[in-house]
Ligand binder design. Structure first.
Ligand SMILES: [Mn+2]
Length: 355
C-alpha cells in the first residue's frame, strides 16, 4: 500500500506523521526532531532552526517542502491544515501518546481524527532494493566483526570483554552502534534466551552464544551464532545443536512469498517438538528487521497472521534452552523472494569450536 491508497481507504485528506522512524522512512530525514504532514500530493517537513541545513539536503530531494517553525511545530501544522481546508486527518494510533493526542485536540479542535493503527509499520514491511542493499551491508559488517572477534576469545575472558571487542570491530567497519545490547552468554548462561553480556568469566567446555548486529545507515542486522568453547562436547551438546541447526535450515527452505508467518513458525516448532524439545523453544521463530530490530511481521504462532511478500526481510532464529545446562540459537537474516528466498547471513552454521 502507498500513501495515496492509505488516504483513500481511510477517507482522509491528510496524515500527520510524528514517529521519527516513519518520518525517516518517508522523507530520508536522519535527525531527531521534525514532523511530516502529507496532504494529498503535497509533502511537508516541519522542523526548527537546528535542522534546516540537514533538512534541505535530506528531504527536499525526496519531494518534501521544508517548513521552518520558530515557535511551535503544531501551530505550523495548524496553518497548513487551514490552507488546505483539511477536515479528516490520519494519525499513527500505534505511536501517538495520550499527551500528544491531547495537544492535537487542543490545537485543532475541529478536526476529525482517523486512527491509522499500524499502517506505517505494515507499509515498512516491504523493503526497497536500496533498503535491502543497506541491510546486506549491515549483515556483512557484523559478520566480519564477529570473525575478527572469534580470534581472540579464550577461556578466562569475561563475556563483557567479548561484547566490547565485537562492538569495536563493528564500529571500525562503519557501524554507528550495535542494534541492541549484545548477548554474550557462556556455559549455563547460554540457556538464557536474552542473556546480555556480564562480567562472568567464560569457562572451557560449554556453549558460547552470541546474538548481535549493528546499525548501518539506520538499518539493522540481527545474527546469532552458538559456539563450543573447548574440544569435548557431550552428546547432549551435539544433539541440541544439530536439532536447532536443522530447524533453522528447514524453516529457511520453506521461505517464499505466499507462505504465512504462522506456517513458517509451525514448521520449525513441529520439528523441534518431534525431537522432544518443543517446550524448550519458548519464543517466536523470528521477526522483521529494518529501521528497528523488531519489525512486522512477527514470525510467530502468537503474531497476527500475515502472508509473506517479496522483499520482506525477516530473521529465522529457532533455539533450545536447557536450564542449568546451556542453550543454542542460530539466527539468520533472510529476504523473502517470489519463489524462494535470499539468505543474507553467510557465516557457517556448522558447530565451530573455539578457544
Ligand atoms: Mn532476532
Amino acid at each position: 500500500m502507498n500513501l495515496k491508497a492509505l488516504m483513500e481507504k481511510n477517507g482522509i485528506e491528510g496524515i500527520l506523521v510524528t514517529n521519527i522512524l516513519n518520518i525517516k522512512w518517508l522523507s530520508g530525514f536522519t535527525g531527531t526532531t521534525g514532523i511530516v504532514l502529507i496532504i494529498g500530493d503535497k509533502k511537508y517537513f516541519i522542523t526548527d532552526f537546528r535542522y534546516i541545513t540537514q533538512g534541505e539536503k535530506e528531504v527536499i530531494p525526496n519531494g518534501f517542502e521544508l517548513v521552518r517553525e520558530d515557535k511551535s511545530p503544531l501551530e505550523k501544522v495548524a496553518e497548513i491544515l487551514t490552507i488546505h481546508n483539511v477536515k479528516k486527518l490520519g494519525i499513527e494510533g500505534d505511536t501517538v501518546t495520550i499527551s500528544q493526542m491531547e495537544a492535537f485536540k487542543k490545537t485543532f479542535p475541529k478536526l476529525e481524527y482517523i486512527n491509522l493503527e499500524d499502517s506505517f509499520f505494515k507499509m515498512r514491511m516491504i523493503k526497497t532494493e536500496e533498503e535491502i542493499s543497506i541491510i546486506k551491508e549491515s549483515v556483512l559488517i557484523a559478520e566480519e566483526a564477529l570473525k575478527e572477534t572469534i580470534k581472540i576469545i579464550k577461556p578466562g575472558m569475561k563475556e563483557i570483554e567479548v561484547c566490547t571487542e565485537l562492538e569495536y570491530q563493528m564500529k571500525k567497519r562503519g557501524a554507528s552502534k550495535p542494534s541492541f545490547d549484545i548477548i554474550v552468554a557462556s556455559n549455563e548462561r547460554s540457556a538464557l534466551p536474552h542473556g546480555v553480556a556480564t562480567d562472568k568469566i567464560i569457562e572451557n567446555e560449554g556453549f558460547l552464544k552470541i546474538d548481535f548486529g549493528c546499525f548501518y545507515k539506520g538499518y539493522v542486522s540481527d545474527i546469532t551464532r552458538t559456539f563450543y568453547l573447548g574440544k569435548n562436547p557431550s552428546e547432549k551438546h551435539l544433539e541440541i545443536y544439530n536439532i536447532v541447526k536443522e530447524a533453522n535450515e528447514l524453516a529457511i527452505s520453506h521461505i517464499r512469498a505466499g507462505i504465512t508467518n504462522r506456517e513458517l513458525d509451525k514448521i520449525a516448532r513441529d520439528y523441534i517438538t518431534e525431537k522432544g524439545y518443543g517446550d524448550r523453544f519458548g519464543h517466536g521463530l523470528g521477526h522483521g528487521i529494518g529501521l528497528q530490530i523488531h519489525e512486522l511481521p512477527g514470525i510467530s504462532y502468537k503474531a497476527e497472521e500475515i502472508v509473506l511478500q517479496e522483499n520482506m526481510v525477516i530473521t529465522i532464529e529457532p533455539g533450545i534452552y536447557l536450564e542449568g545446562f546451556g542453550g543454542v540459537r542460530i539466527e539468520d537474516d533472510v529476504v523473502v523472494k517470489k519463489d524462494g528466498y535470499e539468505l543474507l547471513t553467510t557465516l557457517t552454521k556448522d558447530l565451530v569450536f573455539i578457544g
